[in-house]
Design a protein around this ligand. Structure first.
Ligand SMILES: Cc1cc2nc3c(=O)[nH]c(=O)nc-3n(C[C@H](O)[C@H](O)[C@H](O)COP(=O)(O)OP(=O)(O)OC[C@H]3O[C@@H](n4cnc5c(N)ncnc54)[C@H](O)[C@@H]3O)c2cc1C
Length: 277
């Protein structure tokens, strides 16, 4: 897969797929970066009766149909978690695990980040807190690490950490509900439902990442990304669509906003090309 795209979309829900399809129709290359289908909240919907043309479809059927449609239209699909978006001066770079891709414009369609960061998580990020086993696992070879697995790929990530020699203590929703990262200079452990587990690192795997931790400086209001009527954010070349821009949390609203964000991203690139001539 080529590492440079016209438009990079984060999230393969209705908003992201609609944005990428629109970009393809305008002749642009598009890449969707997305976690496992099971991490989409829509995947758990038993029936979706208010999306036109597909009465009674299950959420899982819709999620799978959206991705198939995108692939058939020439949209690249990259499985993984986008960890950071960086403005490289005219283009955006996106880290996906240990991979890196670039795009002229970005559409954030990452859904609703339901979980708040754990106490201590932001404080110890980079000092023992990690979201990426491939990037940071080797640093903890032969040492104790706690894994908080809240996404579909978390067991696989924990298995990878074990395979490279980390001593893994695994936590998921069935084992504990409340977590806090403990530390001094660096991480010293994880508190899970009031019990302390010593660890040199805490790996946290969630389906969705809060948008402002993906892209520092992104304007939010009440946790939602602030957008104008063109779905433009406060950052030039960055657009947002779907649940991440706020209520109503609905498939049709997400697809509509994705369409506008895709069109706006294309116009942004076309205007930029004209200005450069
Ligand atoms: C149980 C349930 C039932 C529902 N029923 C209905 C219904 O009947 N009708 C209706 O209209 N709506 C329904 N909804 C709401 C609907 O699912 C959402 O409004 C819709 O899916 C939002 O689409 P989206 O594209 O904005 O985000 P999502 O569908 O949430 O897609 C976002 C995707 O991005 C991925 N992602 C997030 N962060 C990253 C990252 N950093 N890197 C890579 N990937 C990332 C997520 O894992 C997810 O797959 C229901 C929701 C639930 C939970």
């Amino acid at each position: 897969m080529d590492g440079i795209f016209d438009i990079i979309v984060i999230g393969s829900g209705p908003a992201g797929v609609s944005a990428a399809l629109t970009a393809r129709q305008r002749g642009k290359s598009a890449l969707i970066i997305t976690t496992a289908p099971e991490d989409s909240p829509l995947y758990r919907a038993e029936r979706v009766d208010n999306y036109p043309g597909l009465p009674g479809a299950t959420g899982a059927e819709l999620v799978e149909a959206f991705v198939k449609h995108a692939e058939a239209s020439g949209v690249g699909i990259m499985r993984g978690r986008a960890l950071a978006v960086a403005d490289l001066g005219g283009v955006y770079g996106v880290s996906v695990g240990s991979d890196f891709v670039q795009g002229g414009a970005v559409v954030l369609a990452c859904g609703l980040a339901r979980a708040k960061p754990f106490p201590g998580e932001a404080e110890y990020l980079g000092r023992g807190v990690s979201y990426c086993a491939t990037c940071d696992g080797m640093l903890y070879r032969g040492r104790r690490v706690a894994v908080v697995g809240l996404s579909a790929d978390a067991p696989e990530e924990a298995e990878y950490l074990r395979s490279i020699g980390c001593e893994v203590e695994y936590f998921d929703a069935s084992r504990a509900k409340r977590y806090a990262v403990l530390g001094a200079e660096r991480v010293t452990g994880l508190e899970a439902d009031g019990e302390t587990y010593p660890a040199d690192a805490v790996f946290i795997f969630r389906g969705a990442v809060a948008p402002d931790s993906l892209l520092p400086g992104l304007a939010l209001a009440g946790g939602s990304i602030v957008v104008d009527s063109a779905m433009a954010t406060n950052m030039p070349g960055v657009f947002a669509a779907g649940d991440c821009t706020g209520a109503p949390y609905q498939v049709a609203k997400a697809a509509g906003e994705g369409n506008i964000a895709g069109l706006s991203a294309c116009k942004y690139l076309e205007n930029k090309t004209k200005e450069e001539k």
